[in-house]
Design a protein around this ligand. Structure first.
Ligand code: ZN
Length: 429
């Protein structure tokens, strides 16, 4: 399909200020980007879409998704969903992300061994709608840590949220199993989490021997390791072993920040703020009132996260929106709230928050030279937005404001042909 967007306000994902212009999509790529109006005349075989002043920007990337999480209150509840329902649920969630403008997603862990891989393959085969997707393993954990919810009298590993290993050889076996299934990344739970009482955020669980063998086996297959690392020590452990994607990084010190900075061209951080922020401020209706949230450590953690994120952002470490959505208190589809969180807690400007979802998104998808910017030759993943996200990032949370969603040159959501949209005063081209 060939599409010409005219009369659009372009945020191109390079960091340049927005400008009025026109964009031609040919096949699955952006063929022309021009400043001003009337430079790209209507052409035969090209559908012209008058944007009427709407914003055209690159599709967004969510760096920390769990399609298999079923908006439940607890990890057990997620895992108790039978496989058949769970597969369909996961497929449905893939569409939800695309519906909300996330044209790429990085899987951060799934709940049963092959859910993520099957969804990714089904998207790529055109069987179901969904974003570009990198499939994750289950969380790999150790006895007593986050993700081990086996009970002493019911020691059935298949009912555990995470895959529980003990020692390098068991780790090797599980990692190889997931690699055989075709995951794009292996997920290790290095630290605990305040969500589970027995293993709070500041505790560390995995041995260096276990992490080392996981990273070694994963790299042999050319894949990446992502980690759940809230504690300061777990962030350092991840960096010592060359893990590329660090989820949370709530607690840092000068040493861990120095380590992050020296690895900043390789490493991505996605804090997953939704759990902390929502439980701390809106947890009441989910049985976690403010007192309980504070007792769980969320107030203290949020203060630490803010300090860590601001320091990381200042040092040029890439912090991406990635939110751990898929719980009752932060449901799938609400993910664009992360952009506001990045402004509030990481000290980003709205433009920097947008870049973290677009330019850095292309980078974490390992497609930096063809994804994440609105640039000639790049893949046509585009959003036509009714409004100015730089003036109000919240509009990206509203599905109705996404007038058109294009992935790989194909409309997932086609724009209604109408002209009565809000107009902005456009800077001179
Ligand atoms: Zn997560």
């Amino acid at each position: 399909m060939n599409v010409l967007f005219t009369n659009v306000r372009i945020i191109d994902g390079s960091g340049s200020p927005p400008y009025a212009g026109e964009v031609l999509v040919q096949g699955n790529r952006i063929a022309r980007v021009s400043r001003g109006a009337g430079r790209l005349p209507p052409m035969a075989g090209v559908t012209t879409i008058d944007g009427a002043g709407a914003t055209l920007m690159p599709g967004m990337t969510e760096a920390h998704t769990h399609f298999a999480w079923n908006n439940a209150l607890t990890l057990d509840e997620i895992q108790l969903m039978p496989l058949e329902e769970h597969m369909l649920w996961t497929a449905g969630v893939a569409k939800t992300y695309l519906d909300h403008g996330w044209t790429s997603c990085v899987g951060a862990a799934t709940a049963k061994p092959r859910l993520d891989v099957v969804v990714r393959n089904s998207i790529n085969e055109g069987l179901i709608p969904g974003p570009r997707y990198l499939a994750a393993s289950q969380e790999i954990t150790v006895a007593g840590s986050l993700g081990d919810d086996m009970l002493p009298h019911l020691p059935y590993p298949e009912f555990s949220f995470g895959q529980v290993v003990s020692g390098p050889e068991e780790m090797r076996k599980v990692v190889r199993m997931f690699l055989k299934y075709g995951v794009d990344s292996i997920k290790l739970n290095l630290s605990g989490d305040n969500l589970v009482g027995n293993a709070p955020a500041k505790t560390n669980w995995m041995s260096d021997e276990e992490v080392a063998i996981a990273v070694k086996e994963t790299k042999i297959r050319g894949k990446r390791v992502s980690v759940h690392a809230r504690s300061c020590e777990s962030v350092k452990q991840a960096l010592r072993h060359g893990c590329e994607i660090i989820y949370h990084a709530s607690y840092t010190d000068d040493e861990s920040l120095d380590m992050l900075e020296s690895a900043k061209d390789k490493v991505f951080v996605a804090p997953g703020l939704s759990v902390i922020v929502r439980l701390l401020y809106e947890g009441e209706e989910f049985g976690i009132d403010r007192k309980k949230a504070i007792a769980l450590g969320y107030e203290e953690e949020l203060a630490a996260v803010e300090e860590s994120l601001r320091a990381m952002h200042k040092r040029g470490i890439r912090v991406l929106p990635g939110g751990d959505y898929g719980f009752a208190w932060a449901r799938h589809g609400e993910n664009a709230k992360d952009l506001q969180y990045l402004v509030k807690y990481a000290g980003m400007t709205p433009m920097e928050a947008l870049l973290s979802a677009t330019k850095h998104g292309g980078e974490i998808m390992m497609m930096a030279d063809e994804l994440g910017e609105l640039k000639e030759g790049y893949l046509a993943d585009l959003l036509l937005v009714d409004g100015d996200p730089l003036a109000d990032l919240a509009i990206l949370q509203d599905k109705k404001k996404l007038l058109a969603i294009m992935k790989d040159g194909v409309f997932h959501k086609e724009p209604e042909m109408r002209t009565a949209r809000t107009r902005w005063s456009l800077p001179a081209a």
